[in-house]
Design a protein around this ligand. Structure first.
Ligand code: AMP
Length: 503
C-alpha cells in the first residue's frame, strides 16, 4: 500500500468532491476537487522544474489557498516541503538554502532579485514565484500540467517535510518529518478532537509553522470538513466569522485579543464546539476569563515541530487550566531526571516522548540527533514538565530557561504565576541574568494594565511571604509588552539580553 500521506487524504475526501474544502475572507470558494487538481498541477510543475521524489522544495510565500496547494503538491509528488517564515530576511534564507539544498525554491515575485545571489550560491536549480493571489511563474507553469498527476509511491519512513526550528541559540535545526509521522498524528487528532464532516474550522494561523500548516489542516483533510481560511489573524474578522465556525485553533495571543473585544461573548461563540490553544503557554487568567465570558473552556494542547501534537486536554472530560492534558493515543510521554529515569507525579523533570509521531532526526545533524535521544529511544523535548496525580501534564518551561541561582533550580513558571495573580498585572516573564555571586539572578519582567502601578519593593515583599528565598526576584522591571515571535512565544532570550546587559 502507498504510505504517501496524500493517498490517505484522498481516501478521506468526501465522496462528492464538489464539496467545499475552504472559503477565503473575500468569499472565494475552493472545493476538494479544485484543491486536488491544483496540487496535482503543482506537483507536475515542480517535477518539470527538476524536482525528483526525495528532493527538497523550499518555499517562502504568503498564505493563500495556492500556498496550501503547493504543500499538498509536494506531498503528492513525493518532494520534501520546506516552509520558511515570511519574515525571514535574505541573509537568513541563505542559511536554509545552503543547509537544505533544495532543487526548487518558490518565493514571492517581489523577493526574487534580493534572493538571487543566495539562490545561486546554494546551487538551487529552479526558482519559481507565487504571490498572495496565487499567481506567479509556478501557477503559470502549472497550467500546462495534468490535473491527474499520479501520487508518488512513498514509504511511511520517507520524508514529507523539513521544518526548521526557530533556534534561539546556535544554528537552526531542520526537523525531518515523515509521511508516517504526519499520518499518525493527524489521525490521532481527528479522534481526540472529534472532527467530522460537519466541522468548519476557522483558520487564521500562518502556513509556515506546524500549527497552521498541518496540525490544523490535517484535521480538516482527514475528516472531509471545511475551513474558513483567512490570510492572517484578525480578531474583528474572527469574531465576525465565528458564527459559522465549529472549531477555532489559535495561539494564546489570539484568545487574549478576542477577549479584548467587548462583543466576544456567549452569543458570539454559541456555534463553536471547540476552541484549541497551543504553541505557547496559555495564561491561567486567559483560560478563566474565557470561560467566564463564553461559558466554554479552551482546550489547551502541547506540541512541537519535532512531533506535532504530543498531549491534549480531553474533549469530553475535564479540561484543566494551566495543564496541557494527557498523551495522545499512540504517544508515550514521561517526565525524567538528568539520568533519564522517570520521576513520580508532582516532581518536575525533562519531558521525553516516544511513538510513531516522533520525527526522524535533525537534517544533516546526526550527532545533534543522537544527543537528543536517550539510549532507550525517547526524544528529549527540551521542555520541563510535571504530571499531576490524575495524569495531566503541566509545562513548567523550556529547560534552557531554567534558572540556577546559588545552586538551586528555579522554575520560572511558579514565580510568574504568583506575580500574575497580583492586582494590575497583565503578565510576566521571569528570567535568569548573570550574577557574580549567585551565578544567575532571578529577574522579573512585568506588563501592567493601563493605569496600574507596581513597586519593586512591594512585589518582592509579597513574594517573600509565598516563596522560598532563593526564588525571590532580585529585581522587577515594568515593560509595555513582552517580546514575542510569530507564534506568540515570549522570547526570553531577548529579555535575557536586554536585562542581562543592564544587570
Ligand atoms: P515549535 O516547534 O515552534 O512548535 O515550538 C515547540 C515548543 O513550544 C515546545 O517545545 C514548548 O516549549 C512550546 N509549547 C507548545 N505548546 C505549548 C503549550 N501548550 N504550553 C507551553 N508551551 C508550549
Amino acid at each position: 500500500m502507498n504510505a504517501n500521506l496524500y493517498s490517505l487524504f484522498a481516501s478521506r475526501f468526501p465522496k462528492d468532491r464538489t464539496c467545499t474544502l475552504l472559503e477565503t475572507e473575500d468569499g472565494s470558494v475552493y472545493s476538494y476537487a479544485r484543491l486536488d487538481a491544483m496540487a496535482a498541477r503543482f506537483a507536475g510543475a515542480l517535477a518539470s522544474a527538476g524536482a525528483r521524489p526525495g528532493d527538497r522544495v523550499a518555499a517562502q510565500v504568503e498564505k493563500s489557498p495556492a500556498c496550501l496547494a503547493l504543500y499538498l503538491g509536494c506531498l503528492r509528488g513525493g518532494f520534501v516541503y520546506l516552509p520558511l517564515n515570511t519574515a525571514y530576511q535574505p541573509a537568513e534564507i541563505a542559511y536554509f538554502l545552503k543547509d537544505a539544498e533544495p532543487t526548487v525554491f518558490v518565493c514571492r515575485p517581489a523577493s526574487v532579485e534580493a534572493l538571487r545571489p543566495h539562490v545561486e550560491a546554494a546551487g538551487v536549480r529552479s526558482v519559481l514565484t507565487l504571490d498572495a493571489n496565487g499567481t506567479g511563474s509556478l501557477a503559470q507553469a502549472a497550467e500546462a500540467e495534468s490535473s491527474e498527476t499520479p501520487v508518488a509511491e512513498s514509504g511511511a519512513g520517507d520524508l514529507a517535510l523539513i521544518v526548521y526550528t526557530s533556534g534561539t541559540t546556535g544554528r537552526s535545526k531542520g526537523a525531518m518529518l515523515t509521511h508516517g509521522n504526519l499520518a499518525v498524528n493527524g489521525q490521532a487528532l481527528v479522534e481526540t478532537w472529534g472532527f467530522t464532516r460537519r466541522d468548519v474550522l476557522l483558520h487564521q494561523l500562518p502556513l509556515f509553522h506546524v500549527h497552521g500548516l498541518f496540525i490544523s489542516t490535517h484535521c480538516v483533510l482527514l475528516s472531509g470538513a471545511r475551513m474558513l481560511f483567512h490570510r492572517k489573524f484578525d480578531a474583528e474578522l474572527a469574531l465576525e466569522h465565528l458564527g459559522r465556525a465549529t472549531v477555532m485553533m489559535g495561539v494564546p495571543t489570539y484568545y487574549t485579543r478576542l477577549l479584548a473585544l467587548p462583543a466576544f461573548d456567549r452569543i458570539a461563540t454559541a456555534n463553536v464546539r471547540l476552541f484549541v490553544s497551543g504553541s505557547a503557554p496559555l495564561l491561567l487568567e486567559t483560560f478563566r476569563e474565557f470561560e467566564r465570558r463564553t461559558g466554554q473552556r479552551i482546550l489547551e494542547r502541547y506540541g512541537m515541530s519535532e512531533s506535532g501534537v504530543i498531549t491534549s486536554n480531553p474533549l469530553c472530560a475535564e479540561r484543566r487550566g494551566g495543564t496541557v492534558g494527557m498523551p495522545l493515543p499512540g504517544t508515550e510521554v514521561r517526565v525524567a531526571n538528568d539520568r533519564d529515569e522517570p520521576v513520580p507525579a508532582g516532581e518536575p523533570g525533562g519531558v521525553q516522548i516516544r511513538g510513531d509521531c516522533v520525527f526522524k532526526g535533525y537534517w544533516r545533524m546526526p550527532e545533534k540527533t543522537r544527543d537528543e535521544f536517550t539510549t532507550d529511544g525517547w526524544f528529549r523535548t527540551g521542555d520541563v514538565g510535571m504530571f499531576d496525580q490524575d495524569g495531566y501534564l503541566s509545562i513548567v518551561g523550556r529547560a534552557k530557561d531554567l534558572i540556577i541561582s546559588g545552586g538551586y533550580n528555579v522554575y520560572p513558571k511558579e514565580i510568574e504565576m504568583e506575580i500574575d495573580a497580583l492586582p494590575g498585572v497583565v503578565e510576566s516573564a521571569v528570567i535568569g541574568v548573570p550574577h557574580a555571586d549567585f551565578g544567575e539572578a532571578v529577574t522579573a519582567v512585568v506588563v501592567l494594565a493601563p493605569g496600574a502601578t507596581l513597586s519593586e519593593a512591594d512585589t518582592i515583599a509579597h513574594l517573600r511571604a509565598r516563596l522560598a528565598n532563593y526564588k525571590i526576584p532580585k529585581s522587577v522591571h515594568v515593560v509595555a509588552e513582552l517580546p514575542r515571535n510569530a507564534m506568540g512565544k515570549v522570547q526570553k532570550n531577548v529579555l535575557r539580553e536586554t536585562f542581562g546587559r543592564s544587570a
